[in-house]
Design a protein around this ligand. Sequence first.
Ligand code: FPP
Ligand code: MG
Length: 298
Amino acid sequence: MRSKVLIEQALESAVTASEAQGCPPRLAAAVRHAVFPGGARIRPQLCLAVSMACGNDDPGLAMAAACAIELLHCASLVHDDLPCFDNAATRRGQPSVHAAYGERLAVLAGDALIVMALGRFASSGARRIERLPDVMATVVQGVGMPTGIVAGQAWECEPRVSLAEYQRAKTGALFTAATRAGALASGVRAEPWAHLGDWLGEAYQVADDIRDVIADPGLLGKPVGQDATHGRPSAAAELGLGGAVEHFDRLVAQAIASIPHCAGAPQLRQLVQLESERLVPVSMTSTAGVVRRPMVVA
Ligand code: FPP
Ligand code: MG
């Protein structure tokens, strides 16, 4: 919970700095609208949680990575909602950026957020500056080509796509970047932590597919039924609703089992379990007629 507050403060100071004198007011407003109010901030929380589990001996660098990841995520949502992609009128319970400010400012707000994200590394106050290149490279890998979220979105423009490859890039890549960057910021090898990001990324995408079918759009703060409307691959379409929920529960269990042994493992397990309950609550799936066994984490 405390890390969520710190993330909000760091995002606020990044956005405030960009609003300084000389900035076109409507661009500044569009950028603020894209970042606040936020969602669960799950990616930066994951990055910080892994960094803490690994000792967190360079909190400035870990926070820079966490904020960069969240700003890039916000940028991707602004672009994803554009008429040329999902043409979504709402996001996080308010008009999407293009609905509020028009298409041109939405494109520019996304661009500005990408650059703002990179700027976080320049002003991180990192103590262990030698770790910076690997942390940055990991974040960049999670976003760009060949297998980051930009590539994931681009699979929607291909005539054929494998569901696993598409979801791994479109959603999983940034989760994997979050766990890897958290470890690297604390001077720990990224590989053992990559699995947690992989499993969580897949679980999150399956949760998104499930919520797109059965969630209340008012509570979700964005339109539902988008996968069917846009003919997109989805776990719910491929496995049926019950199969998708079962798949989600299995992925969460795999994520928890993949957490490397370390002092902070119990807290991390708890975070993953709480997040999974928030994403796909038993109350939501039982209303839709899906029976599940609640998970118990030791
Ligand atoms: C939401 O998916 C969108 C993403 C997970 C990634 C979108 C990526 C881009 C638009 C590429 C551009 C990237 C940057 C950094 C500018 P969804 O439509 O399945 O979920 P939703 O229901 O939340 O819209
Ligand atoms: Mg969308």
